[in-house]
Design a protein around this ligand. Structure first.
Ligand SMILES: [Cu+2]
Length: 178
């Protein structure tokens, strides 16, 4: 009695455990305002957490562009040395590396009018092998500097696996009660 629904709940929980870490988020820069002058993008980024694999979507009218620039060009609003540029009107940028990424509008005067965006991507491993970022289970920081815990096996138990074992333990407990 009731064991089928318990199994159903367990399967649902396990499915959620597996799916949640791999979700990538699309962020529309400036929300409904889009990519424009006279908007405070530092306010827009505050409170948001950006992860590797997330996308920035810039929507804008003609006359603007999205230029990825160096920190110094971002601070000084210098145009013309951009690392990449796009003026298609809808620019989607996938955040592939941790650290801070800087974007400005390449139109003269627009950066100083507010069209500048700095996005910091969490996920701290200073790895030079981008192939590891394709596996969502390896995005958790497991660097030796970050783990000050005296765990006997710090690298063998990733968070999703730990959640899975917790789910199994709860399931066994429910079976014992029924
Ligand atoms: Cu502009």
């Amino acid at each position: 009695m009731g064991s089928i629904s318990v199994v159903g709940v367990l399967v649902t929980i396990l499915a959620l455990c597996c799916v949640i870490p791999s979700l990538a988020t699309d962020y529309t820069v400036g929300d409904s305002s889009g990519w424009t002058t006279s908007y405070d993008y530092s306010t827009w980024t505050s409170g948001k957490t950006f992860a590797i694999g997330d996308n920035l979507v810039f929507d804008y009218a003609g006359g603007h562009s999205v230029d990825e620039v160096t920190p110094s060009d971002y601070n000084s609003c210098s145009v013309g040395n951009s690392l990449s540029t796009d003026s298609s009107g809808s620019t989607k940028i996938t955040l592939k590396t941790p650290g801070t990424h800087y974007f400005i509008c390449g139109a003269y005067g627009h950066c100083s009018s507010g069209m500048k965006l700095a996005v910091t991507v969490a996920g701290g491993e200073e790895s030079t092998t981008p192939s590891t970022s394709t596996n969502p289970l390896i995005t958790s920081p497991t660097t030796t500097t970050a783990s000050s815990y005296t765990n006997s096996s710090p690298s063998t138990l990733s968070p999703p696996i730990a959640i899975l074992f917790t789910c199994l333990a709860v399931f066994k407990f429910i079976l014992l009660l029924s």
